[in-house]
Design a protein around this ligand. Structure first.
Ligand SMILES: [Zn+2]
Length: 65
């Protein structure tokens, strides 16, 4: 799965604040994500993150891959 800094991840599971969308702040062995609903930040191992992502939303210039 191709995830870059600046992407927005829509997760399968809802955060307690009701949002499913997380901004990607950093990628690497761990992803650093910020909840778009409440601003909570967390680190998530790449393998776990990839499993819990439903969809990657890229606001960039229409590149799909
Ligand atoms: Zn939240």
């Amino acid at each position: 799965m191709d995830i870059q800094v600046g992407d927005v991840l829509e997760l399968k599971k809802e955060h307690p604040c009701g949002s499913r969308r997380w901004s990607v702040l950093r990628v690497g062995m761990d992803f650093r994500l910020r909840c778009q609903g409440c601003g909570h930040e967390l680190m998530l191992p790449r393998s776990k993150a990839e499993k819990s992502v439903k969809k990657v939303i890229r606001s960039g210039e229409g590149q799909q891959t």
